[in-house]
Design a protein around this ligand. Structure first.
Ligand SMILES: [Zn+2]
Length: 110
């Protein structure tokens, strides 16, 4: 079950062939892409519907629980005006990404 998409952070909608690739702003992973999507995709309709042809990029990790938390941290990071709060959030974020991105690459190589 998805529902963890954070618009503008872990999925992106562009004009067809406008971007070669996009990296997730939350975790830095290379996004999966669906090119030349016509009409609303599941997610696009969930966010209000898209009628024009587009490329749809989404982070491969978007439906992970940790990714949702990371996404919220990135949002907070960009919202806050406090430099010290930013530092703290960044530490949390780095930790969260390190834990989960490492676990994932480990489970692949073992
Ligand atoms: Zn991501």
């Amino acid at each position: 079950m998805s529902g963890y998409f954070c618009r503008g952070y872990d999925f992106y909608i562009t004009k067809p062939n406008k971007k070669e690739e996009i990296h997730c702003r939350v975790c830095g992973a290379k996004c999966d892409v669906e090119r030349g999507v016509k009409g609303p995709t599941n997610v696009a309709s969930a966010i209000g519907g898209l009628k024009f042809e587009h490329d749809f990029f989404s982070c491969p990790n978007y439906d992970k629980e940790w990714h949702y938390r990371a996404c919220k941290l990135v949002e907070e990071l960009e919202d806050t005006l406090s430099k010290s709060v930013r530092e703290l959030i960044k530490q949390d974020l780095d930790e969260l990404l390190e834990e989960n991105m490492n676990t994932e690459s480990k489970s692949v190589s073992e």
